[in-house]
Write a protein that binds this ligand. Structure first.
Ligand SMILES: NC(=O)c1ccc[n+]([C@@H]2O[C@H](COP(=O)([O-])OP(=O)(O)OC[C@H]3O[C@@H](n4cnc5c(N)ncnc54)[C@H](O)[C@@H]3O)[C@@H](O)[C@H]2O)c1
Length: 318
């Protein structure tokens, strides 16, 4: 395939770029490096099948030029930080929904009809059913991020119906692993590096969350694209398990050999729009033969090890 990977310089996008190149595909990464890192594409840059285009998805003309000649789009770029939506109400709309519209239009004008899209378990709002299946009702949206991703899903499905596109929509739990640059392990490790004697935790630490290692996530995406052939293919991606934030704190501090005094901000959630319980039903992807290789604990430890040996990312992501 000749693939365009938007957000190819990001955490998940750059891991995907490396995998696609290893599988022999031709890959163009399109990124404005707002949160992505050029260093993540250093190895890819040495390979003949790789091309980097530095550009913004809101620049429709640049995107149109990058789309030419491709036959598959992995649209990984987004404002991926769930937490600060209410501080910048237009950011999720612009970076997620409008940007996705631009990607779909560029695809349409070049006859590119196949798209994979990373959505989020946040689209289920405060789910009523656990584990939450793909056909669960969406009770109420609680974050601007989740709402913008749901709007993207809607646009993609409508382009499938209206313009003969085919899509694979993946609702991720939180993804962990090498090149991870945002999320609770990133924050905890930074705070513990600054002061190993104490750790402040948002919420009450009882929030229940599910996590998936980035390589398991990519395995699942590629398998679904290979095996699922509906017009719109929707898959939850996560491990069939969840942990409490307190479990995660325990594993992180034990792995670092620390025993900090813990304090809690209180309340049942970390921030407005934080869902205190995320646990997705992943039987649909598992029925295709996919199994996660790493447990949540193994994923957390590997992420921590990567952050410890790549402390430079803290200078890039203040
Ligand atoms: N990391 C997770 O836990 C998680 C969970 C659910 C969904 N997702 C989704 O997966 C995708 C990748 O997330 P990630 O964690 O790798 O985030 P990331 O921030 O590391 O990657 C996003 C990439 O997109 C680029 N980008 C952002 N806006 C752009 C624009 N306007 N034009 C061009 N490039 C732009 C950034 O520079 C970055 O390289 C996102 O769509 C995110 O919403 C991630």
């Amino acid at each position: 395939m000749r693939c365009l990977v938007t957000g190819g310089g990001g955490f998940i996008g750059s891991n995907l770029v490396d995998r696609l190149l290893a599988l022999g595909h031709q890959v163009t990464a399109y990124d404005n490096f707002s949160t992505g890192q050029r260093k993540f594409l250093a190895e890819a840059g040495r390979l003949a099948g790789f091309r980097l285009i530095e550009g913004d998805l809101l620049d429709a003309a640049a995107l149109d030029g990058a789309m030419r000649g491709n036959d598959f789009v992995f649209h990984m770029a987004a404002n991926a930080d769930v937490r600060f939506g209410t501080e910048h109400p237009s950011r999720d709309l612009q970076q997620n929904t409008v940007a996705t519209f631009n990607v779909l239009e560029a695809m349409r004008s070049h006859g590119v009809r196949r798209i994979a899209f990373p959505s989020t378990g946040s689209v289920y709002g405060e789910a009523k059913v656990f584990p939450t299946p793909e056909d669960a009702a969406f009770p109420v949206q609680t974050s601007l991020y989740g709402a913008s991703k749901l709007a993207c899903e809607g646009l993609i499905a409508a382009y499938c119906e209206g313009f003969g596109f085919q899509s694979w929509i993946f609702r991720f739990v939180s993804i962990l692993g090498e090149r991870y640059t945002h999320g609770h392990i990133f924050d905890f490790y930074r705070r513990l590096s600054e002061d190993p004697t104490r750790l402040h935790i948002l919420g009450d630490g009882r929030q229940r969350k599910s996590y998936l290692h980035v390589q398991d996530c990519i395995d699942a995406m590629l398998l679904a694209i290979e095996k699922a052939d509906d017009k719109v293919n929707i898959f939850n991606l996560g491990v069939p398990d969840y942990v409490e934030v307190n479990d995660s704190v325990r594993w992180i501090t034990a792995h670092l050999g620390l025993d900090p005094a813990l304090s809690y901000a209180g309340g049942d959630r970390g921030w407005v729009g934080d869902n205190p319980f995320i646990f997705l039903d992943v039987s649909r992807i598992m029925a295709l033969g996919w199994q996660p290789r790493l447990t949540i604990e193994q994923g957390i430890v590997r992420t921590l090890d990567w952050l410890r040996s790549n402390a430079w990312v803290y200078g890039q992501r203040p």
